[in-house]
Design a protein around this ligand. Structure first.
Ligand SMILES: NC(=O)c1ccc[n+]([C@@H]2O[C@H](COP(=O)([O-])OP(=O)(O)OC[C@H]3O[C@@H](n4cnc5c(N)ncnc54)[C@H](OP(=O)(O)O)[C@@H]3O)[C@@H](O)[C@H]2O)c1
Length: 268
């Protein structure tokens, strides 16, 4: 998709990946509706983008509040004068033994990571279909293809997002509207808690910088990519896990034991 002059709805726009993505989109001439729950942070980002000649509209919204979620696409459409691209970035995780998962947090994770992108896509699609063009970009995770111990709720939500993206892409075939699913491996942002950073160091988990991830998301949009898995060897493990999951069970066994102590730290 050529971004110049396009209208984009971006959730998670105040986050580690989202704020940099907002800058990259605005720098390419897109008009960006910045959606996140921190109104102050959004205003600062909006001001920064506009000072650099970009066009941005802050839409503060708690995406877990059904009433606020319901109006996001319409606010963006009216404010920007249309919609060409919906990018679902907002996300939430928990890292802990599932037997001790907080049920309320579990619900929030599935709601924000899966149901919210589905509901926003549902709001945006009639407009995209009417135009016969546009794209929905869903930011998933390697954990959406390889179920990771101690991240059960998060893995489940991202598996769901990947399935939704695939089904919707097939359903929209021939309409001019595309769907991109892009799955980063771990990224150095505040989404990850101290316990996760310590665990990642202990098991030598690869971590990318958010600016590199943003460049990959931009490249995926440029080439209308379908599925993108970031990082090697993670993208290879995604394939192996799909074909030979028992092999991956064995390969991860030792690492899971090391991770357990850090996952319990999250309960303190
Ligand atoms: N970081 C990683 O290791 C990693 C790896 C793979 C995939 N991803 C995915 O990449 C995406 C972005 O993650 P990130 O690393 O940029 O995380 P982040 O820095 O925590 O950004 C997420 C943003 O979503 C916002 N948000 C949370 N709950 C919300 C709600 N109820 N309503 C509106 N906004 C809400 C957060 O606001 P608050 O700050 O107020 O919570 C934050 O600004 C997520 O979908 C994540 O799953 C991340």
């Amino acid at each position: 998709m050529k971004l110049e002059g396009k209208s984009v709805i971006l959730t998670g726009a105040a986050g580690g990946i989202g704020a940099m993505l907002a800058e990259a989109l605005a720098a390419r001439g897109a008009r960006v509706a910045l959606v996140d729950r921190n109104a102050g942070a959004l205003e600062e980002i909006q001001e920064r983008l506009m000072n650099r000649g970009g066009q941005a509209l802050a839409i503060p919204a708690d995406l877990l509040d059904p009433a606020q979620l319901a109006t996001v696409v319409e606010q963006a459409r009216l404010g920007l004068g249309g919609i060409d691209l919906l990018i679902n970035v907002a996300g939430l995780l928990s890292f802990r033994p599932f037997a001790e998962e907080d049920p309320a947090l579990l619900e929030r994770i599935v709601q924000l990571n899966l149901i919210t992108p589905m509901l926003l896509a549902r709001q945006a699609l009639p407009h995209l279909l009417k135009a016969g063009s546009g794209r929905i970009v869903n930011v998933g995770s390697t954990f959406g293809s390889i179920g990771f111990a101690w991240f059960s709720a998060y893995s489940a939500s991202k598996f769901g997002l990947r399935g939704f993206s695939e089904a919707l892409r097939r359903e929209l075939d021939g309409t001019g509207v595309g769907v991109t699913y892009i799955a980063p491996r771990a990224v150095r942002t505040k989404l990850n808690t101290g316990a996760i950073y310590r665990m990642a160091e202990a098991v030598k988990m690869n971590m990318d910088e958010p600016d590199w991830v943003v460049a990959q998301i931009m490249a995926a949009i440029d080439r209308d990519a379908k599925d993108v898995y970031l990082g090697f060897p993670e993208k290879l493990f995604v394939r192996i896990n799909a074909l030979l999951p028992r092999l991956v069970d064995s390969a991860l066994r030792q690492q899971n034991r090391v991770m357990a102590a850090f996952a319990r730290e999250s309960l303190r």
